[in-house]
Each structure stands twice: as structure tokens, then as C-alpha cells.
Design a protein around this ligand. Structure first.
Ligand SMILES: O=C(O)CCC(=O)C(=O)O
Length: 321
């Protein structure tokens, strides 16, 4: 931490303290990344039938990528991050649907890259198996690109609208897959994932901000969809669904008495050529979390961001060999 203070020597003391408080995990993040890679062995790749089903439908269900006990441990860690509002000030914790009104109780709260705030999330069987599966599906150059966790509170957790993840890529076009693991059992009543089989073979469809509100963080597909063959995927804690960036998907609201957590790891193949999507809907987005992020970066967060990027590049190199 002294090193960080030294680097920030020209920054006012309160800013340093604020940064350290916001990024408490930076010091711990200095622990050698290789430890994360060696702690677990991949145990559960997909069988040939599952791989074929993934390519045919654009998604596949894996009943046990991790264990119920690991899911319970991750549930506790993420509960703590939610309670401590980790990432709020830097714009990486926000509500996806309510216009990010911090005074209103979130109906679908997202924490991006939660490992930045809780390094124990880097050491998981889920992560190890997810990387092995990503390499199986995308090839040996597959790399982690980001992670996020989504919390839907008991009774009023809101549905995640139908969308394609590719609609969020403003910069490059690249093949991406997401592994979505529920941290408790999920069914259609507390927000399991639902997919439209074969939709990954189509184009990127028109999207817009949720409810056409430029302050909402979520996107919704704005094309006419045939939902008659949508498939809901109930799962036990520690199972997972895997989908491509183009597959249309949705998760229902949470009508049950207990909160719903999902932890999602996304992988991609780095793009060889720059192929920019036409994503006019992203240009219209004006969210509160974007403003918080800009302010945080200006206050010196850019140094933390730089360090994390360096660190995660090292981690990536260690993981992919
Ligand atoms: O968990 C959810 O509510 C939706 C997750 C999702 O859309 C995704 O992982 O791409």
C-alpha cells in the first residue's frame, strides 16, 4: 500500500485514503496470480453430446460445474459485497433497471468484476472449470473477459429483459460465451435463465435501453420475438447454463422468500480484426453509474483501474499459459 501512496504522492491525502478504502482489495490483489490457477483442477469438461447441443442451440445446461457448498460460500461473499456497497462509488455496483436511483431499493443489483473487492472469488472450482469449458468451446486461446454477479431480492426481484449480450459491445465484435451459475436452486419463480434455441445463428437484433429510459443500465431487445419455443432452465445451486453472446436470453423475476444470486463468468477470443457493431442504443445511454465512473476515474481511480488491468492481464497470461 505504501507503493500506492508513493505513486499518488502528488494527490491529496484524502484522495489517497478514499482510493484505498474503495479499492481495499488492491493490496490483496498483489498476491501471486498463479496461486489462483493452481488451487483447483478442472474436473468437469462437457461431453460430446453437450458440446453438440451448445453449437446446435446456442446454449447448454451443465448440472454441476461446481458444488452446492462452493455456491453457498460464494453466496456469503457476495452478500457481504452487496451490504458494504462495494463498487458503488466507482460505478461497478448498480441497479440494472430502476434508473440507478441509489435511494430506491434495487430490484436487480449487479456487481461487475466482484473479484476486485473480494479476492477469494478468484480461487474457485467454478472459475477453473469455467476456463476449461471455455477452451473446449472457443479453443485454446479463450480468455476471461469479465465477470459479474446479479442479485434479485426476495419478492420484488425484477425480470432481466430479453437481450443478446453482443448488444453491449460497442468496440469490437468477438465470440463470447457466458457461464451463469446460480448460488441457490433456481426455477422460473426466482429467475432461472431462459433461452431461445437457435437464436445464436441470427443477426444482432435491435435493442434499446430498458423501457426506453436512457438512465436504465439494462438493454432490452426491441425486435418482435417468437417466445413460443423459449426454454427455461431450472438448476440446482452449483449447476450452470452456458450461452453465446448472440443467444437471446431472459431471466424471470424473483417471487420467492429468498434472494437470488447468480455469478457469471464471461470468456472471449480476442478479436483479430476490428469489426465494429452498429450499436446506436449505446450512444443514447446516460446512466448515473457512468457519471459515477467518470468522477471516480478523475479523482485518481484511473491508477487503480490501470493496476487492475495490469494485474488481470498477468492473471490471464498465467491461466492461459
Ligand atoms: O441473471 C440474470 O438475471 C440475467 C443474466 C444475464 O443476462 C447474463 O448473464 O447474460
Amino acid at each position: 500500500m505504501q507503493g500506492l501512496n508513493y505513486i499518488l504522492g502528488k494527490t491529496r491525502r484524502w484522495q489517497v485514503n478514499e482510493l484505498i478504502e474503495e479499492c481495499g482489495a488492491v493490496g490483496q490483489a498483489l498476491s501471486p496470480p498463479v496461486a489462483a490457477a493452481s488451487m483447483y483442477r478442472a474436473t468437469l469438461p462437457l461431453d460430446a453430446k453437450q458440446v453438440a447441443s451448445f453449437h446446435e442451440n446456442g446454449f447448454v445446461v451443465h448440472p454441476a460445474i461446481s458444488t452446492a457448498s462452493e455456491a453457498a460460500r460464494l453466496h456469503c461473499l457476495l452478500d457481504r459485497l452487496l451490504k458494504s456497497k462495494a463498487g458503488i462509488r466507482e460505478g461497478t455496483q448498480f441497479d440494472m433497471l430502476n434508473g440507478d436511483d441509489l435511494r430506491a431499493p434495487g430490484s436487480s443489483v449487479q456487481i461487475c468484476d466482484p473479484e476486485n473487492f473480494e479476492p477469494r472469488l478468484r480461487h474457485t472450482l467454478f472459475g477453473t472449470n469455467a476456463l476449461a469449458i471455455a477452451k473446449q468451446l472457443l479453443g485454446p486461446r479463450a480468455q476471461p473477459i469479465f465477470s459479474h454477479a446479479i442479485f434479485k431480492p426476495a419478492h420484488y426481484g425484477a425480470p432481466t429483459p430479453w437481450h443478446q449480450d453482443d448488444a453491449f459491445h460497442a468496440d469490437f465484435e468477438y465470440p463470447q460465451i457466458s457461464l451463469w451459475m446460480p448460488l441457490q436452486n433456481v426455477t422460473a419463480t426466482n429467475g432461472c435463465m431462459q433461452f431461445i434455441p437457435g437464436s445464436h445463428r441470427g443477426e444482432l437484433l435491435a435493442h434499446r435501453c430498458y423501457n426506453n429510459d436512457p438512465h436504465a443500465n439494462a438493454l432490452e431487445c426491441f425486435a418482435e420475438l417468437d417466445l413460443s419455443n423459449a426454454v427455461a432452465c431450472p438448476l440446482l445451486a452449483g449447476g450452470c447454463t452456458i450461452h453465446t453472446g448472440r443467444t437471446l436470453h431472459y431471466a424471470g423475476g424473483n417471487e420467492t422468500n429468498a434472494g437470488r444470486w447468480a455469478y457469471i463468468l464471461a470468456f472471449y477470443l480476442p478479436p483479430r480484426r476490428r469489426r465494429v457493431h452498429a450499436v446506436p442504443w449505446l450512444e443514447l445511454t446516460r446512466t448515473a453509474k457512468m457519471a459515477r465512473r467518470r468522477a471516480w476515474l478523475r479523482r485518481g481511480g484511473f491508477l487503480v483501474h490501470w493496476w487492475r488491468t495490469e494485474f488481470s492481464n498477468r492473471l490471464r497470461r498465467a491461466l492461459v499459459g
